[in-house]
Design a protein around this ligand. Structure first.
Ligand code: SAM
Length: 267
């Protein structure tokens, strides 16, 4: 049985492969949704956990917060720094693990994560760290993909073709109220859940599949481990899921992905 550290080392390579900066084009709207959902107050200290190319940290900096972004993929942090510089925003981007955040206890008024902390394999330890970094009375805000939405189905398709080599709790469990209540336990005085949808648009369902197979680490790495016929079957399943969720009335793909916003007040 692999340890959490071994799993994370593999995941880190996966997130650093392809080019997540391109996939992040699609998730731009999530950051504004999250900072508005938590009613981010200017002048406060905000931590963006698993920041990737910096979406949430940048959104916080644009609202005059002291913003810090943490991620364990250095190449993504470089993109985030370039984006901050291009906009003249002051943001600190630090290399670090969501399961061992590089900050003191209660350092932040807001600890935020958009489709990021949900991927750390030790969910209990991640919840502990999100709570630890938040000051008493402060807010934890997360956006998590739901298990049955379009992206939840993408993860199931990946797992069908390339079963994870270790027993892992699915990341999308962070998109279920019951599991989030269990994870934050009595560390929070209130928990609010909202659901919403992210719209993605592609030239066609095939374009979506090929875009993800080329640039999204988890699909790219899964495809690389398959033989050519198995890879074709994987691609066909990705297209089938996109067809099932497609809202377009023409040849393009308009795909809505359900997500859950979690707003927690630290005790
Ligand atoms: C789907 S991306 C989301 C990135 C960003 N939050 C956004 O909204 O675009 C997931 C991110 O989580 C990061 N990540 C996953 N597990 C992590 C961990 N244990 N510690 C730090 N970062 C992690 C990955 O490197 C990747 O940047």
């Amino acid at each position: 049985m692999a340890t959490f550290e071994e799993i994370k080392a593999r995941q880190q390579i996966t997130w650093g492969s392809g080019d997540y900066a391109k996939i992040a084009w699609i998730t731009v709207p999530l950051a504004d949704s999250l900072v508005e959902a938590v009613d981010l107050r200017p002048g406060s200290r905000a931590l963006d956990v698993a920041t990737g190319t910096g979406h949430v940290a940048l959104a916080a900096a644009r609202r005059f917060c002291v913003a810090v972004g943490v991620d364990y993929v250095p190449t993504l942090l470089e993109v985030a720094r370039r984006r901050a510089a291009a906009e003249g925003l002051e943001v600190t981007f630090v290399e670090g693990d969501a399961e061992n955040l590089p900050c003191s206890d209660g350092d932040f008024d807001y600890v935020l994560s958009a489709i990021g902390a949900m991927f750390a394999p030790n969910q209990e330890q991640t919840a502990h760290e999100l709570l630890r970094a938040t000051r008493s009375g402060g807010t934890i805000g997360m956006i998590n993909w739901t298990p049955t939405g379009f992206i939840g189905e993408l993860f199931k398709t990946i797992a069908k073709h390339v079963p994870p080599p270790f027993e892992l709790k699915p990341a999308a469990l962070w998109g279920s109220e019951e599991r989030v209540r269990e994870l934050f336990g009595d560390g929070v005085s209130s928990l609010i859940f909202r659901t919403s949808k992210l719209r993605q648009r592609y030239l066609s369902p095939e374009h979506y599949a090929d875009f993800f197979l080329t640039w999204y680490g988890p699909t790219l790495k899964a495809a690389e481990s398959l033989t050519k016929p198995a890879r074709e079957a994987f691609r066909a399943d990705l297209i089938a899921v996109a067809n099932r969720f497609n809202n377009a009335t023409d040849e393009t793909a308009v795909l809505d992905s359900d997500y859950m916003i979690v707003i927690a007040t630290k005790k």
